[in-house]
Design a protein around this ligand. Structure first.
Ligand SMILES: Cc1cc2nc3c(=O)[nH]c(=O)nc-3n(C[C@H](O)[C@H](O)[C@H](O)COP(=O)(O)OP(=O)(O)OC[C@H]3O[C@@H](n4cnc5c(N)ncnc54)[C@H](O)[C@@H]3O)c2cc1C
Length: 334
């Protein structure tokens, strides 16, 4: 091979018969990167990855995924939707109860729901106080503007919460997976805390899932049966009504567990945020609803691009799980 002319000022080691490997210059990164990463600088021509066989990569992924599917087939809590509400719920719950096995089922490939941007595709995310307490807890930096705070990019909020949630041992995110139905049981009179639940009532006892790409092709392909996750408590945070949103509450109407949806009302930022947080609750035994999905049940106002209600609704949903968990688990184990 003809020798390659490298200007003397270019700090690249040249592959030749006797390669002159330049020693890492400790000044290059000013100690801001680790010595191991610094050592890569100026040495790319001699660089090589460790050897691997293709099947090793396949096995490394599939073994773990199927182990997770196996383990999480019996979960303690399923959270449907990994938007701002679902992720805030997962963070709170998994932090307080590392003993609970928590599955998050997210229809999209990318978790985060509508929280990658602020309103109208702008970057900044606005939260009214006191939602800043959640940001402090998670470690999301923000500017304090008095009655509200601003995270410089919504993606900074979502990626930080995601990284905290995904790092927790007791949480598994199944993304690109849609909840297609709810697992239900007859909820008999006397099963409720106060014995008031009547015949015809159901208790939610898990979710029916399918890969989202499969869910999207039920009209033109047959025999695509779903999978299941059993859990005594399900938290549904699937967002507004739409192609995917408000999934669980629409299903509850279909199952005649709630008469009809109230439908999301016009925008009233002031009223809407309090209503969503305060209204976050167990709608039917075993199913807690939070975030914008709740606006469809209660006929609450929409709130526009302010996200405090989503995170505090997630916190309240986690508190609701803890309130009902032992009872629902006992009923589920019968
Ligand atoms: C028409 C429209 C109007 C909007 N108006 C407002 C508004 O007034 N106020 C406001 O705050 N925000 C509004 N938004 C933005 C956004 O929906 C919310 O800000 C916020 O992201 C809602 O948070 P969430 O966590 O409740 O739901 P989302 O962020 O929407 O997250 C829900 C997640 O659930 C997933 N999901 C849905 N169905 C399923 C299923 N069956 N299985 C598994 N996963 C599922 C979705 O993929 C998504 O990731 C609007 C969005 C739209 C499209």
């Amino acid at each position: 091979m003809a020798p390659i002319a490298i200007p003397t000022s270019t700090p690249v080691a040249v592959a030749s018969k006797a390669p002159a490997v330049k020693s890492p210059d400790p000044d290059t990164t000013n100690g801001k990167l680790s010595p191991a990463l610094t050592a890569m600088f100026h040495n790319w021509s001699t660089f090589s990855f460790a050897p691997i066989r293709e099947s090793t990569v396949s096995r490394a992924m599939t073994r773990r995924y199927f182990h997770d599917l196996d383990t999480h087939a019996e979960s303690d809590v399923v959270i449907i939707g990994a938007g701002s509400c679902g992720l805030s719920c997962a963070y709170t719950l998994a932090t307080l109860r590392p003993d609970l096995r928590i599955s998050i089922v997210e229809a999209g490939v990318a978790p985060g729901g509508g929280a990658w941007l602020g309103g109208q595709l702008f970057s900044a995310m606005v939260m009214r106080k006191p939602a800043d307490v959640f940001l402090r807890d998670v470690g999301v930096p923000f500017e304090d503007e008095g009655d509200y705070v601003v995270v410089k990019h919504a993606a900074l909020f979502t990626s930080t919460v995601l990284s905290r949630v995904l790092g927790m041992e007791n949480v598994k995110l199944f993304n690109a997976t849609a909840v297609e139905d709810l697992i239900t049981r007859r909820h008999h009179e006397g099963d409720g805390e106060d014995g008031e639940e009547g015949e015809g009532k159901i208790r939610v006892a898990g979710v029916v899932t399918n890969w989202t790409l499969v869910s999207m092709h039920h009209d033109d392909q047959s025999c695509m049966d779903p999978n299941t996750i059993n859990a005594p408590v399900v938290v549904s945070t699937t967002g507004h009504d739409g192609p995917f949103g408000a999934f669980s509450v629409k299903r509850l109407v279909g199952m005649k567990q709630i008469e009809k949806l109230g439908g999301m009302r016009g925008l009233d930022m002031q009223a809407a945020e309090d209503a969503i947080v305060k209204g976050t609750r167990e709608i039917v035994p075993g199913l807690i609803v939070g975030g914008m999905e709740l606006s469809e049940v209660d006929g609450a106002n929409r709130m526009g691009p302010t996200f405090g209600a989503m995170v505090l609704s997630g916190v309240k949903a986690a508190e609701e799980v803890l309130r009902v968990f032992d009872l629902r688990k006992a009923q589920n184990d019968k």
